[in-house]
Design a binder for this molecule. Structure first.
Ligand code: PLP
Length: 434
């Protein structure tokens, strides 16, 4: 494994300049398919007897560089990039699980993931028990005979709870199931889940990794540590009818999972990333460290400022002393607590909507991790489809506003919020005098 630091690997890992025509920037290999030398060469590629590109749904040289780079940054053995963060989650779970299997997941999850686990996968016979992740033992308590995976977010979106990855990974190990950690909000600059025992790491590359709001993408990184031959995963130990009788654990050993994601997952579900988007994401990844440090700095300062505003009823940011997650945040995210801040306002649902409408620098949209500041009122938008109860368990109260704090000057961000707060104050005053 390389001894190079994050900033260096983010610029260089996976890109062999000489074998890529001397290119200093990673080129876009915009080609659907790749020419075989002859039929024997083709047969070898399909038989996995030698490495090489076949078809961009399965592999592509631009994507390959991004995959190697992400694996290096996470300390994993390999990665697969996908069309979106949700594609990364769905492809991972569908590669691992079959009808009748069960997931234990943190109740504090991204809305899309919550729906996948709560509504869509049950239609295919895969069910989930959601647990309060603040006590790692809850995962074991919810584990059944057919449980095959634990799923968490390192820094929950939008609850902003910091999870004790190490403690949860110990529960996963005791139950002989892999731990999947969605590391989208924290990014692998702030925390490397594999170092704390995660078996599989998920990223939405759409967010901080790309950072420019120009491309959707996702990634699956395999730590290479899980024992797929432990008796719970016949998918890996019995001959695969979907790949001419291949027994993954015999041939691919500790790379069994990530290999199956590619050669059966990408092949059959088609959740592959466009090389053009891979290129775009590589541009962003080069500066991830610089950006996430500044996002974290701006977010902390803004969170402290919000605490002093009379229209603000509560502020949640893992870097604040008042946060119940401060201790875990300092332990797992010593370099910064990322760029998301949530807060509540006087006047609840209606005021929160007004603020989302009246800010000008903060764009009202459903995304996070952009260089530009973003705002959303989840209860009326991203989490609107969830029941009141589900909104509560995912931490989305009616008055909650989520900010994705960008890289603008902090004074301008404060001024923008201030003018929106003033409108809310005036409305409330008016209503009380009527
Ligand atoms: C956005 C997000 C996803 C989904 O990623 P897409 O690229 O939008 O599909 C998954 N997990 C978390 C935590 C996210 O914020």
């Amino acid at each position: 494994m390389s001894t190079q630091k994050f900033a260096t690997q983010a610029l260089h890992a996976g890109h062999d300049v000489q074998s890529n025509g001397g290119t200093r920037a990673v080129p876009i290999y915009q080609s659907t398919a790749f020419v075989f030398k002859d039929s024997d060469h083709a047969a070898n590629l399909f038989a996995l007897a030698e490495p090489g590109n076949i078809y961009t749904r399965i592999n592509n040289p631009t994507n390959d560089i991004l995959e190697q780079r992400l694996a290096a940054l996470d300390g994993g053995i390999a990665a697969v990039v996908t069309a979106s963060g949700m594609a990364a989650i769905a492809t991972s779970l569908l590669t691992l699980l079959r009808a009748g299997d069960h997931i234990v997941a943190s109740s504090s999850l991204y809305g899309g993931t919550y729906n996948l686990l709560n509504v869509t996968l049950p239609r295919h016979g895969i069910t989930t028990t959601f647990v309060d992740p603040s006590d790692a033992e809850n995962f074991t308590k919810a584990t059944k005979e057919n449980t095959r995976v634990f799923f968490i977010e390192s820094l929950g979106n939008p609850k902003l709870d910091v999870l004790d990855i190490k403690a949860i990974s110990q529960q996963a190990k005791a139950n002989k199931v892999p731990l999947i950690v969605d590391n989208t909000v924290a990014t692998s600059y702030l925390v490397k889940p594999i170092e704390h025992g995660a078996d599989i790491v998920i990223h939405s590359l759409t967010k901080y990794v790309n950072g420019n709001g120009t491309a959707i993408g996702g990634a699956i990184v395999d730590a290479g540590n899980f024992d797929w031959a432990n008796g719970k995963f016949p998918e890996f130990t019995e001959p695969s009818p979907g790949y001419h009788g291949l027994v993954y654990t015999d041939v691919l050993k500790n790379a069994s999972f990530i290999a199956k994601v590619r050669i059966e997952g990408l092949r059959d579900y088609g959740s592959s990333l466009s090389p053009f988007n891979a290129f775009q994401i590589i541009q962003g990844l080069e500066t991830l460290e610089l950006r996430i440090k500044q996002h974290s700095k701006n977010a902390l300062e803004l969170a402290k400022w919000l605490q002093e505003q009379k229209e603000v009823t509560w502020v949640n940011y893992p870097g604040l002393d008042s946060s119940p997650y401060k201790k875990l945040a300092d332990q797992y995210l010593p370099e910064g607590k990322s760029g998301l801040v949530t807060f509540g306002v006087v006047g609840g649902y209606e005021s929160a909507k007004t603020i989302a409408d009246k800010t000008k620098l903060f764009s009202l949209l459903a995304n996070i991790g952009d260089t530009k500041s973003l705002i959303i009122h989840p209860a009326s938008t991203t989490h609107q489809q969830l029941s009141d109860e589900a909104q509560e368990t995912t931490g989305t109260t009616k008055d909650l506003i989520r900010l994705s704090v960008g890289l603008e000057h902090i004074d301008d961000l404060k001024a923008d919020l201030k003018q929106a707060f003033k409108i809310v104050s005036e409305t409330i005053l008016q209503n009380s005098s009527n």
